[in-house]
Ligand binder design. Structure first.
Ligand SMILES: NC(=O)c1ccc[n+]([C@@H]2O[C@H](COP(=O)([O-])OP(=O)(O)OC[C@H]3O[C@@H](n4cnc5c(N)ncnc54)[C@H](OP(=O)(O)O)[C@@H]3O)[C@@H](O)[C@H]2O)c1
Length: 239
């Protein structure tokens, strides 16, 4: 039985629901905390004082990623499943090309959404290398699919997720021969906090989205040789 999982962006939204769902299933959960002032993780730690570890993590910082991996070593020498969940959008995302683009925000989204998971994988490799499971999960998005792109704006978010997908493919080429397995996942339209406050119009509560994601993140498959982008309904997306 594989037991230890690290989840980035664990404070709220899908990340928090993944933490709660995996704790319920008996996992030892390391939750990356970006928002110390948000109380939900602390409340959850009260329920699971031995199984939940709150670890400060800003995925846009190499030092923070390294410190997070170091902090985990106080509790365990291995991480079985690493879930790269943290992600951001921007209030200026819906500007069309006929409006001035917000390039500073574009850099921020690329830094968090595309480079953040790379920083985390790099920092955590010594811990995942020691696991017999070696599962790397990435919360990407349908927005990263070039073949099915229909947006007429949202440049930074869509481009950051396409870049993430390419980064994952390169990681796969390198690490799959070293017995790593991968999940690249679109979680659906979630009533989460990406706009800064809870979305009321999306279709899935974070708990529902986590209940769909967890079986896919933990699944065993025969065809691990093929990297796929898949969604919460089991559909495969073209890259
Ligand atoms: N919501 C959707 O409909 C949807 C659809 C497709 C894919 N996704 C993807 O699903 C993932 C989870 O998003 P969500 O919907 O649950 O959004 P969310 O509620 O905003 O949760 C994301 C979490 O990551 C945190 N975070 C932001 N910047 C970070 C950083 N630099 N380092 C570490 N953590 C950071 C966020 O903090 P702040 O709240 O302070 O930003 C938040 O706690 C993201 O990768 C997103 O792109 C979401």
């Amino acid at each position: 039985m594989y037991r230890t999982v690290f989840i980035t962006g664990g404070d709220r939204g899908l990340g928090f629901a993944l933490c709660a769902g995996l704790l319920e299933q008996g996992w030892e959960v390391f939750a990356g905390q970006y928002l110390p002032e948000w109380p939900d993780l602390t409340t959850l730690a009260g329920q699971y004082p031995h199984a939940l570890h709150i670890i400060p993590l800003d995925v846009s910082s190499v030092e923070s990623a390294r410190s997070a991996a170091q902090a985990v070593t106080a509790f365990t020498d291995h991480i079985d499943v690493l879930i790269n969940n943290a992600g951001v959008i921007s209030p200026t995302i819906s500007r069309s090309i006929r409006e001035p683009q917000d390039y500073a925000e574009m850099h921020r989204l690329y830094d968090v959404n595309a480079l953040g998971p790379l920083r985390v994988v790099e920092a955590f490799l010594p811990l995942t290398d020691r696991s017999s499971k070696k599962r790397l999960c990435f919360v990407s998005s349908e927005a990263g699919s070039i073949a099915r792109a229909e947006h007429t704006c949202w440049y930074s978010y869509c481009m950051s997720k396409s870049a993430l997908n390419m980064g994952i493919k390169i990681l796969f080429n390198h690490l799959h021969p070293e017995e790593y397995t991968f999940r690249v996942y679109h979680p659906g339209w979630i009533r989460s906090y990406m706009s800064g406050k809870k979305s009321l119009e999306a279709t899935l509560e974070p708990e529902e989205a986590a209940a769909k994601a967890i079986p896919i993140f933990l699944s065993q498959r025969q065809d691990e040789d093929r990297l796929r982008l898949e969604d919460y309904e089991g559909n495969e997306w073209p890259w």
